[in-house]
Design a protein around this ligand. Sequence first.
Ligand code: GDD
Ligand code: MN
Length: 502
Amino acid sequence: MTRAPLLSVVVPTRDEAANVGPLLARLSSALAGVDHEILFVDDSDDGTPAAIARTAAGDARIDVLHREGSDRTGGLSTAVVSGIHRTRGEFVCVMDADLQHPPEDIPGMLAAAREGADVVVASRYVRGGSRRGLGGTGRRQVSRVAGAVARGLFTEARASSDPLSGFFLCRRRVIDGIEFRPVGFKILLELLVCVPGLRVRDVPLDFAARAGGTSKASLRQGLLFLAHIRSLVFEVQGSARPWKFGLVGLSGLAILLPLIALLTGTARVPALAAFLLAYPPSLVWNTVLNRVWTFADQRHGLGEGTARYLERAILSGAAMFGAYAALLSLGGAPLLAAAGGAVVAMVLNGVANRAAVRRRPSLWSEVALGQGIQAALTRLADEIGASRATLLPATGPTSGALPSGIVERVVEQRRGALFTEAAGHRAQRRSNVEVRSTLMVPVVDGDEVAAVLVCERVARHPFDGDQLDAAMTAARALGGLIADNSGGRHRTQSLRPDALNA
Ligand code: GDD
Ligand code: MN
């Protein structure tokens, strides 16, 4: 394998034979001083690969991945994702082939990334940018509305003025190991929503008119955009959180209000008592939905989070009750009073949960930075119910308790693993026997696996997928910290929470 270049440029192409020659010419002068590679991911039937080969003239830095048949499934989105995975530059730039994205902008974008940005977006919507190249007012309107929808729904998309831009550059380490599943054209949006907490910089893009060939934008692309939005809302845990939180609140009202109507109407229960009876079911409903949906990404066990959530919910319930009673005493009908109380409670709830509603991807690094790696390990062990959490060196002899080869596999494949040993060689009839269960997660620092995080437990219930996820979240945060903190990445650290208490 040759050395990884500083920059990889990924260019998806479909029937761009007329454009790739001029594009390569401009790229090669724009990137003259930059250590780079260029990968075309091509789904063309018009001889685009031949046109690339003619211009590239044997330049080893230029490569084409030509796809046929079922490999083309997913079109542009899979093209860009596989292009990103196949290249190795420390920075990756994605751009269109039709010269709507001026190659001359790349050095500036690279400079911005080297100054510290994780993602640099060439934006049509910042000062100095323009979208003169967007054909027709209809297309412009659609683009405006789509951008507003994306930014309105996803807090993370607001980091850029143009989250739907097809021209961006990012630091590879922020996307390393993330499986992107975009649908359609909006790869950048996928990246922003799936990797929260990125440092994003916009640079102006003068979006030129298409040089040759035709745009692949169509009604179908529009529908795919909606499908992508749907997937980002429902298949990305913790995304669009304020909206999910609000929807759950509304759905709670759909339980509370009919119950109050029923109790005060047919059942003739006094209005104040009716509230006290109707509130608990809606509270349970809200709590469960918020836990499994709104806060699905914050799975630190059942304890702490839920207690804090319930505390707030009961406070807002009390405020709601107060408002309800006040409105009743002013002569309001029970339903109207309850609706009024709900408005008060929702505002309060929203304010109280504001911090929680924002994502906190850095929780683990905060613990590790503030209190040290050992503290982070102890806390993790507590949260997932492990008897201990340990860091093993990524190389060298492994602990005898682990099956041979498994640490090597975790390091090589860079994947978390979960295994459980049965109590004996026969299926057990008793349900209270204990099994040994082990989680192993690579701690990736830059390009290498710095350590393997191992959590063990001997209990009636083995670890599950949620706990594996929690360990991966913790491992990600530990990534950059091991080297600075432990004075060496080859030292084994281990701590038993029970030893601390003793
Ligand atoms: N490999 C591959 N497969 N490439 C494709 C496919 C496909 O199925 N469809 C399109 N491409 C390539 C095109 O050849 C071009 O290089 C690039 O993807 C963008 O396609 P265009 O057809 O030029 O898209 P556009 O100009 O309408 O849309 C551009 O602007 C949008 C913002 O308004 C793109 O950059 C979008 O990503 C961007 O959202
Ligand atoms: Mn285009």
